[in-house]
Design a protein around this ligand. Structure first.
Ligand code: HEC
Length: 178
C-alpha cells in the first residue's frame, strides 16, 4: 500500500470509529454551561413579547426612575444630550434631516424593554427591576405620545402597543421567531 493510500485508509478508519462511538471531537476546553448560568444571558424579547417577565409599570411611576437613572445622559424629557435623544422626531424620517428616536423610528415596543433591560443605565446595566423597566419604558412611550401616562405596561399590554413606524419594517424570516 502506498503511503498516500495508507494515510487515506487511516483517516477513514478514524472517522468511522468516531462516528460509531458517537464521540464529538472538541478542543476539550471549558465546561458545559448550566441552565441557571445561562438564564441571565437568555434575555432576548422578540416583537411577539414571548419571554417578557412578570411585573408592571406606568409612565407616572417611570418618571421618577427616569429622573434618577436616565436623565443625566438623556435629558429630563428624553430630549438627548449628552447621549441619544429618545423622544420626538415623528414625521421627520423622510425629510433631509431625519431624527431617529425610539418614538419616530423603533418598530417594536418590546425592543425598548429588551434594550433597556440589557444595556441601560449605561453605567449600571441590568440593575433595574422588571417593574422599573416596564415603568421607564412606559415613560419613554408616553413622552412620545404613543401611550397615555396612566397606561400600565406589562407582559400582555406592552407587545400590543403600536409604534408609529412599525409599518415600515417587516420580518424577513418570520419562521425563525418560533
Ligand atoms: C451614563 C449615561 C447613560 C445613562 C445613565 C443612561 N443611558 Fe441610555 N444610552 C446611553 C448611550 C451612550 C447610548 C447609546 C448606546 C449605543 O448606541 O450603543 C444610550 C442609548 C439608549 C437607548 C437607545 C437609543 C437609540 O435610539 O438607539 C435607550 C432606549 C436608552 N439609552 C434608554 C435609557 C434608559 C431608560 C436609561 C435609564 C434607566 C438610560 N438609558 C440611562 C447613555 C446612558
Amino acid at each position: 500500500m502506498s503511503t498516500l493510500k495508507l494515510a487515506a485508509a487511516l483517516i477513514l478508519a478514524a472517522t468511522a470509529a468516531t462516528a460509531a462511538s458517537g464521540a464529538v471531537e472538541t478542543p476539550m476546553l471549558g465546561k458545559p454551561i448550566s441552565l441557571a448560568d445561562l438564564a441571565p444571558w437568555d434575555l432576548s424579547i422578540g416583537p411577539d413579547g414571548v419571554g417578557l417577565p412578570a411585573g408592571k409599570g406606568s409612565a407616572r411611576e417611570g418618571k421618577q426612575v427616569f429622573i434618577d437613572k436616565c436623565a443625566a445622559c438623556h435629558g429630563l424629557e428624553g430630549q438627548g444630550q449628552p447621549a441619544d435623544r429618545l423622544v420626538g422626531g415623528q414625521g421627520t424620517l423622510t425629510s433631509d434631516a431625519p431624527v431617529k428616536t425610539v418614538g419616530s423610528y423603533w418598530p417594536y415596543p418590546t425592543t425598548l424593554f429588551d434594550f433597556v433591560r440589557r444595556a441601560m443605565p449605561l453605567n449600571e446595566p441590568q440593575t433595574l427591576t422588571s417593574d422599573e423597566t416596564y415603568a421607564v419604558s412606559a415613560f419613554i412611550l408616553a413622552a412620545n405620545g404613543i401611550i397615555k401616562p396612566g397606561d400600565v405596561m406589562n407582559a400582555k399590554t406592552l407587545p400590543k402597543v403600536k409604534m408609529p413606524n412599525q409599518g415600515n419594517f417587516f420580518i424577513v424570516y418570520p419562521g425563525n421567531l418560533k
